[in-house]
Write a protein that binds this ligand. Structure first.
Ligand code: AOF
Ligand code: ZN
Length: 346
């Protein structure tokens, strides 16, 4: 039996929870009856809601799942959390087989769900589309294994890697289609992060429920700039200054060294605030300072060349002499948003 198409379906179902499940993983589930017909599907809708397995099994009214197969991208849980253990529910429903994409990396589950199922006589098949399943939950894996916030950078450049001309003109490098996709990408992350420079230069809205602005000198217009109009906002500023009192803005006192608030400090604070993933959308300076922490880069590239050495670069990172010292990534995916394309690097 080839379970890959069902696992693919689990991944697609899981993605329906994207933007709502954090800090939990994205999980989807497909249930087959004893003759391998799909009888139910489910997914984890939001943090605190039913897990995918329970969501799928609860849709069945009688004992249709008996001797059937349950396919799920993450090992079923074994713990009493916000809901009782999924492994117990699967055992109760008398499934014959459970097919899993990846083992849970959450130490309170890791392997114990599988053991519970096997001890109850259920056949367990592991590792179906494991790489795809791990990619789906890259944020959850980083949070659980490193206790750190996942960092992605998004930028839109010309073919020569520029984000603006020398006088700062940047509207627009990429097309509407590419810019619409940015809105989809933002939804996958708990927060977006930008700099005072970008707020002042572009006055963007950056629609998102949580926004982080690094404004060391408190020089942005907190009353007038569009970015502050809605959302839950966190502003990192130099601890030596005094921020104004504004109801939807949390000002975060930050240590400053060499005129800089260090990304280590910001990322540690974000994790403490329960922000499990962040999308950096700023200029070359901020992109450069987060480059060493980037787990992923979304780079939209327009088939345009500015060709001016003093135009602004996407990554103002450091001075190097040797190409062998360049920062290296791997291409995860290339997508087209005609006339532009998107390269996803990790
Ligand atoms: C989910 N959704 O579909 C599955 C999860 O806080 P709780 O009680 O909801 O438990 C969360 C943990 O349960 C999570 O970290 C993961 O280890 C496991 N599986 N979680 O949120 C799901 N299957
Ligand atoms: Zn569960």
């Amino acid at each position: 039996m080839d379970y890959k198409p069902f696992m693919k379906q689990c991944i697609e179902l899981a993605k329906l929870g994207s933007g709502n499940v954090s800090p939990n993983p994205l999980v989807g589930c497909v249930v087959l009856d004893k003759d391998n017909n799909i009888i139910s599907t489910g997914y984890h809708h939001y943090c605190g809601g039913n897990h995918a397995e329970r969501d799928a099994l609860l849709k069945l009214t009688s004992n249709e799942a008996e001797n059937g197969t349950l396919i799920v991208n993450l090992e079923p849980c074994s713990h009493y959390g916000k809901t009782p253990p999924c492994a117990d529910f699967i055992i109760e429903k008398h499934l014959k087989r459970v097919v899993i994409g990846m083992r849970d990396v959450n130490p309170i589950v890791a392997g114990k769900g599988i053991k519970k199922l096997k001890d109850a006589g259920i056949e367990v098949i592991e590792g179906i589309l494991e790489n795809e399943c791990r990619q789906l939950n890259e944020v959850f894996i980083k949070n659980m294994s490193e206790h750190k916030t996942f960092v992605a950078i998004k930028t839109a450049t010309t073919l020569d890697g520029k984000i603006a001309t020398s006088i700062g003109d940047s509207k627009w490098i990429t097309s509407d289609l590419a810019r619409d996709e940015v809105k989809n990408i933002r939804k996958r992350y708990d927060a977006i992060l930008t700099s005072s420079g970008t707020v002042i230069a572009d006055n963007p809205t950056m629609a998102h429920k949580k926004k982080i602005i690094v404004d060391r000198e408190l020089k942005t217009n907190f009353e007038g700039a569009k970015i502050y109009k809605e959302g839950e906002i966190y502003v990192f500023y130099d601890e030596a200054l005094n921020p104004p009192a504004i109801s939807n803005i949390h000002f975060i006192k930050s240590p400053v060294t060499n005129n800089k608030i260090f990304p280590e400090f910001i990322l540690k604070k974000l994790y403490e605030l329960g922000i499990m993933s962040v999308l950096v959308e700023a200029g070359g300076h901020m992109n450069g300072s987060f480059l060493d922490y980037a787990d992923k880069i979304y780079q939209f590239i327009a088939p345009k060349i500015i060709g001016d050495n003093s135009a602004k670069s996407a990554y103002d990172y450091r001075q190097i002499d040797k190409i062998s010292d360049a920062k290296k990534f791997t291409v995860q995916e290339i997508q087209q948003f005609s006339p532009d394309f998107l390269v996803i690097l990790k």
